[in-house]
Design a protein around this ligand. Sequence first.
Ligand code: CCH
Length: 285
Amino acid sequence: YLNGESKPFVPTQADYQKVYDEIARKLADETDYDDGSYGPVLVRLAWHASGTYDKATGTGGSNGATMRFAPESDHGANAGLKIARDFLEPVKAKFPWITYSDLWTLAGAASIQELGGPVIPWRPGREDKDVAACTPDGRLPDAAKDQRHIRDVFSRMGFDDREMVALIGAHALGRAHTDRSGFDGPWDFSPTVFSNEFFRLLVEEKWNNRKWNGPAQFTDKSTSTLMMLPTDIALIKDKNFKSHVERYAKDNDAFFKEFSDVFVKLLELGVPFKSEERYSFKTSE
Ligand code: CCH
């Protein structure tokens, strides 16, 4: 019973669009961060909130927003995501009726759209849970590993090979930070633009081991300014993964379409929605 009204407030698509617009406005205003956008770290927040899902037990997933609490907030994989959660606090304060779990996933969808990616139809209905629902550590992928690990982790969520490759294409955005994951650098030259560049560079560049004191990672032969994680390189080592990498490298439209479908699926894993309806938000000008 918000706003002193006598009926409970039931938000409509227009209300969620207002939340979208507020996130888009903040993204446009607050460019003094990293490569000029909070979008990539918001996408990572939405993914780490959702990617804890375990199909076998029905636990984890975006429903709950349990990353608000330790121990989940302190899991190594979530290092740096406080920045994304804090960025969204003023949005939560302005629209207190939205749950954190809806807000974080909506912010991921909004960021993909605002950074030039496909429309991500989004469904409301997640509820926040308490600390007891925190997931155990180790459910998110470890970048130091290989294709077997990628398949183990993502098939636990219910994804097939094609979907795994499409999802990891989000690495067109953002960068790795030594003080978060230990890895260092962006995957492409436009880390605030959603595109199939990650795939194009994976197949067209030559990737060498980077000589440095940090964890094993790869660097491009041409400029030595880009990076690939061991799990990224696994996508071209594995024959079946590579067939999708090559397809997306050549066909941006196919990537956009398939990424949208699989990102929608990711954000909805394990959520007991009451309504079927998804909203396609209007991207800002
Ligand atoms: Fe990722 N990712 N990711 N990733 N990720 C990192 C950064 C981003 C793995 C490891 C890392 C997905 C899949 C995987 C983003 C989106 C997605 C980093 C650097 C590591 C390490 C973190 C840092 O230091 O800040 C591994 C391993 C996998 C799978 O095997 C999927 C799926 C998505 C989304 C759909 C985005 C975006 C970033 C950039 C974040 C930023 O702050 O710039």
